[in-house]
Ligand binder design. Structure first.
Ligand code: ZN
Length: 349
């Protein structure tokens, strides 16, 4: 008999700490071990999380979503000390760490049917079939979704990272089996410059890509509006078997790379609302929360995790304006109306 029935799995391996890009790079690899210490040091999270070891995946798994040519390219770049893109150098040991992170997300997918809620410190959503960029070598989000898809499951990926998930979007661009929804800072103002409202997929995948660009300084009222008007109705109509949410703390107002305005309460809202969306539809739920830049990244992950696991949060000290249900930013209202027009042939909104 399982002696920890209420604990939910979080996949991790100490080699995740090799997933870094050198000093002065905003992606600090210390984040992994420090987060584990935070979880173990907090009675509430420690008693709610079952930490499980992530295995490294081999090429057979990576070719679910990446080309063999790309895998060779990564190997060559690692040997020769080259970069996948200007912001993504391939340092020695990073591809093994990336294979562990993919392994963690794959295990999260394998165990979600039994556990209902699973987590991994993943979410490398900027890697596409033939490219790596944006601090992402291999796309663990897409591997988890593709694994579930091959098992006959309908999968919704809800990407709440401040940066749009271009790699994941490209991989499932023509697939009606994986619904990709991304809510992100407007592409005209932030990397990767993709994810305009008119980008809705192609061929059989038309309507199964949904992009919600947010104005700068979007707060919890704006997110709530987007969930109510677009995200939740589309998920209900799609009827997913599994919902994968990815995205860390970079929508927080303190983030050093982005311009959004969620507070800790807002990050908790993202975790909680996404998990409730899965539960309402009888779907399993996977959470991947690795991104974020600046001093409050780990506090942000804890807020998301507490929302996911329905744990009590301390009263945040960083509260910004906005309440769920208040009027959204006028430019978001216009953007959502435009998006509803693009999606009208596919969803009742
Ligand atoms: Zn990001």
């Amino acid at each position: 008999m399982d002696d920890t029935p209420s604990k939910k799995p979080l996949y991790y391996h100490k080699n995740y700490g090799n997933y870094g890009f050198g000093s002065f790079h905003p992606f600090d690899p210390e984040r992994f071990s420090r987060f584990m210490e935070m979880i173990r040091g907090d009675e509430v999270t420690d008693s709610a999380v079952d930490i499980r070891e992530a295995p490294a995946v081999d090429d057979d798994i990576l070719t679910y979503v990446h080309s063999e040519g790309y895998l060779e390219h990564v190997k060559r770049c690692e040997m020769e000390g080259r970069r996948l893109s200007p912001d993504t150098p391939v340092r020695p040991g990073i591809s093994e760490a990336a294979r562990r992170i993919v392994g963690g997300s794959l295990e999260a997918a394998k165990s979600v049917e039994r556990e209902r809620i699973t987590m991994n410190l993943g979410g490398l959503h900027h890697a596409g079939r033939d490219y790596g960029e944006g601090f992402c070598v291999f796309n663990d989000v897409a591997v988890a979704a593709e694994y579930l898809k091959r098992g006959g499951k309908k999968v919704c990926i809800l990407d709440t990272d401040a940066h749009q998930g271009n790699g994941t979007m490209d991989i499932f661009w023509t697939s009606p089996k994986v619904l990709f929804i991304s809510i992100h800072q407007h592409p005209a103002t932030l990397y990767p410059g993709r994810g305009y409202a008119h980008e809705i997929g192609e061929c059989d995948g038309l309507g199964y890509t949904v992009n919600i660009p947010l104005p700068r300084d979007a707060n919890i009222a704006d997110y709530h509006y987007a969930f109510r008007e677009i995200i939740l109705p589309v998920i209900v109509q799609f009827e997913p078997d599994v919902l994968i949410r990815n995205g860390g703390s970079d929508p927080h107002h303190s983030d050093s790379l982005t311009d959004l305005a969620l507070d800790m309460r807002g990050l908790e809202y993202l975790g909680r609302t996404s998990r409730e969306a899965a539960e309402m539809n009888g779907a399993g739920y996977i959470d991947l929360m690795v991104s974020g830049y600046g001093l409050r990244v780990l506090e942000g992950w804890i807020s998301i995790m507490k929302g996911v696991l329905n744990l009590p949060i301390k009263t945040p000290t960083d509260q910004r304006i906005g309440e769920p249900g208040q009027e959204p930013n006028y430019s978001l209202r216009a953007e959502v109306e435009k998006l509803k027009g693009y999606l009208e042939p596919y969803w009742v909104l």
